[in-house]
Design a protein around this ligand. Structure first.
Ligand code: ADP
Ligand code: G3P
Length: 504
């Protein structure tokens, strides 16, 4: 009997594969990092072949490491770094260019033009997004315009494009399926989140031929099987969602008003708004969090999202840029060696600022330094900055949704930092709860796949599988909280528009 689900989690810095059992517990994990390519300042690329080879490699390793065979798997679920796009030749499967990664800023000038032409309202209304180089649409246009012959080949239907989920399914099925799911499609700037279809006006605006695009499917359904010979037996591919949406599912935030925050490279807070697209007045995104059922039965659930570009990455900077720690895990002891940041505020706007500012020209800033400032104060300010950014997201989310949060569920690599999680609860004034399984992104993909093949009976069963590990209760009074947030906002103001000024 098939007792396991395999989740493939293709992230920004590594490919992971995790085997889950019926209790939602991890049986085996395999992970492999791959190179980040920075061909020019502000450009970030991945080699799509490397994405594929690391992903299939860890899948094989996880299955054999668990002492299993592919025939022991009930299904595979896929989750992925979002917005990153690949364009490839339909006949040969060869990419025509590297994957352009979500962090890549090369299309910022084009986005400025689209904004100046007044397209922001149309885009917000149809896609729930705003105009920013973060999303896939302008990246696809860039590849078509810069790879010789690509636009003509795309128009003749010879090329295919897709986010990383599409690319993996295409390769897993031996080129049989060219599909995506609604949660990934909703990050492209080309997808109408109300109708659940690619939008001709947006395709025309961004000059993307329809023939390039994948078919949009539900997040939980049997799409097909892995190709013969790939894993030893053919396995059903039955779940697909963008990583932040999958984490929301893995945290079983299934009710309206429930929210999760994932602390990885960046930090992404999503609040379930059920069947309603809530229009943000605070520059948050509205996004499809998952689609269950297809065709006339399609049921799309939406979320408000706040996207912060630098969270755990600020700790990497302390390690690699400043050299004040050797391992990310050392930051807690260093930051905990002082009672607070000693008045230092660090705004990690290394690649501009995401929500709610969306300022591509902001840059990192440190204020409040004195002769008494030490590396410990800087480490503390770095951890505080992650919590302050999340607090601004929650504030915006509560205003937009009218919901008052009682608990924030947290996950991701940096959520293991107890000092940071305690400060997060303090500065939010809300209980912060960490589950036993913090690999909730992969768990969510497993849940979506498992539901489609009847491995789990339904969402009620999933609710029983989620278990809290530790809760952090808020301990700051409201005045102190408001004071610290006020100072943080002053620091943010000092970081804004810096790169723009430099160009003048
Ligand atoms: N103890 C810690 N405290 C703070 N940040 C940490 C800690 N351990 C790891 N991190 C950060 O967490 C991130 C890795 O988390 P992960 O969820 O694997 O990210 P991603 O999926 O984006 O690659 C890194 O940016 C790292 O600096
Ligand atoms: O790969 P991660 O975990 O850094 O997530 C990246 C996000 O999906 C970008 O939108």
């Amino acid at each position: 009997m098939t007792q396991y689900i395999l989740a493939l989690d293709q992230g920004t810095t590594s490919s992971r594969a995790i085997v889950f059992d019926r209790q939602g517990r991890i049986r085996r994990t395999a992970q492999k990092e791959f190179p980040q390519l920075f061909p020019r300042p502000g450009w970030v690329e991945h080699d799509p072949q490397e994405i594929w080879s690391t992903q299939i490699g860890v899948a094989q390793e996880a299955i054999s490491g668990a002492g299993l065979k592919a025939s022991d798997l009930a299904a595979i679920g896929i989750t992925n770094q979002r917005e990153t796009v690949v364009v490839w030749d339909r006949a040969t499967g060869e990419p025509v260019y590297n994957a352009i990664v979500w962090q890549d800023r090369r299309t910022a000038p084009l986005c400025d033009t689209l904004k100046a032409q007044g397209h922001e309202d149309l885009i917000r209304e149809r896609t729930g997004l705003l105009i920013d180089a973060y999303f896939s649409g302008t990246k696809i246009g860039w590849i078509l315009d810069h790879v010789p012959g690509a636009r003509a080949r795309a128009e003749r239907g010879e090329l295919a494009c897709g986010t990383i989920d599409s690319w993996l399914v295409y390769r897993l099925t031996g080129g049989e399926l060219h599909i995506t799911d609604a949660s990934n499609a909703s990050r492209t700037l080309l997808f109408n989140i109300h109708t659940g279809a690619w939008d001709d006006d947006l395709l025309a605006l961004l000059n993307v031929p329809r023939a390039l695009l994948p078919e949009v499917r539900a997040s939980s359904e049997v799409y097909g099987e892995t190709a013969e010979g790939l894993l030893g037996a053919r396995v059903k591919i039955a779940g697909m969602a963008g990583d932040q949406q999958a984490a929301t599912f893995g945290q079983v935030c299934l009710e309206r008003g429930m929210a999760k925050n994932t602390y990885g490279t960046g930090c992404f807070m999503l609040m379930n708004t059920a069947g309603e697209v809530v229009e943000s007045r605070n520059r948050l995104l509205s996004t499809v969090v998952w689609q269950l059922g297809a065709g006339a039965q399609a049921q799309r659930t939406y979320a408000l999202e706040g996207s912060v570009f630098v969270a755990g990455a600020v700790v990497q900077w302390l390690r690699d840029g400043l050299g004040i720690i050797r391992h990310a895990s050392e930051v807690e002891a260093l930051a905990g060696s002082v009672p607070d940041s000693g008045g230092v505020f660090l705004v990690p706007a290394f690649v501009g600022l995401g929500a709610p500012y969306w300022d591509p020209y902001a840059r990192g800033t440190m204020v409040g330094l004195t002769r008494g400032t030490t590396s410990a104060h800087i480490a503390r300010a770095a951890l505080d900055s992650v919590a302050f950014q999340a607090a601004e997201l929650l504030d915006a989310m509560e205003q937009d949704s009218g919901a008052r949060l009682t608990e924030l569920r947290v996950d991701g690599g940096a959520s293991g930092n107890n000092l940071m999680m305690q400060f997060q609860a303090d500065i939010l004034g809300v209980t912060v709860t960490r589950p036993q399984v913090t690999e909730t992104t992969a768990l969510g993909a497993a849940f979506l796949a498992g539901l489609a093949v009847g491995f789990w009976s339904g969402t009620d069963e999933l609710r029983t599988l989620w278990k809290a590990d530790r809760s952090f209760e808020p301990g700051l009074d409201a005045d102190r909280r408001a004071h610290l947030l006020g100072r943080w906002r002053r620091a943010v103001e000092r970081s804004r528009a810096w790169a723009e000024a430099e160009q003048d």
